[in-house]
Ligand binder design. Structure first.
Ligand SMILES: C[S@@+](CC[C@H](N)C(=O)[O-])C[C@H]1O[C@@H](n2cnc3c(N)ncnc32)[C@H](O)[C@@H]1O
Length: 158
């Protein structure tokens, strides 16, 4: 079941967000609801990370896979067709989410039970209710300021 409509993260802010999360080639970056794959592609292409996108809409899964192939990033980026509530994310070191506050609330138990201490979580525009961000940054996307919340498992979720 789709929990959130497709609205892409503006390309203008993706690199900045990943920089602020200190993404490196040691990371495994997940995008929960990855749309056309732009965040996972950027993480692999510019930061050398391994990246996995989970997406429920078949048309977006196909579009994302085509973009990954066009960039020649098949060895670094995997697009998984599935529901973010039931797809395992244990190997993540960074999790990106552009969802809704209500969906973040529903995902809290999953994030806490599957992610290792120290895993960074980034949420665009929407907080994880009840968790303490390690930082909150305002980024200009060319039209308006966007809030980006950064959390760390073991620190933010107490
Ligand atoms: C706001 S869009 C963000 C897209 C992408 N993360 C980005 O930032 O460009 C949310 C995405 O989540 C997907 N989605 C919604 N419910 C989902 C679910 N239950 N499992 C997997 N993906 C889902 C939507 O199809 C959509 O592509």
């Amino acid at each position: 079941m789709s929990l959130v409509p497709y609205v892409p993260t503006p390309e203008s802010i993706i690199k900045k967000i990943l920089q602020l999360a200190n993404v490196t080639s040691d990371d495994v970056v997940y995008d929960l609801g990855c749309g056309d794959g732009r965040v996972v592609i950027t993480a692999a292409k510019y930061f050398g990370a391994k990246a996995k996108g989970i997406e429920i809409r078949r048309d977006l899964v196909e579009e994302a896979r085509q973009r990954v192939a066009k960039e020649g990033l098949q060895d670094k980026v995997e697009i998984i067709e599935g529901d973010i509530r039931s797809t395992p994310i244990h190997d993540a070191t960074v999790v990106y989410m552009y969802l809704l506050t209500s969906v973040n609330e529903k995902l809290k138990t999953k994030l806490q039970s599957e992610l290792k201490p120290g895993t960074r979580i980034i949420s665009l525009d929407f907080e994880i209710p009840g968790w303490n961000p390690v930082k909150r940054v305002h980024i200009w996307d060319g039209y308006r300021y966007r809030s980006v919340y950064f959390y760390v498992i073991g620190k933010s979720d107490k």
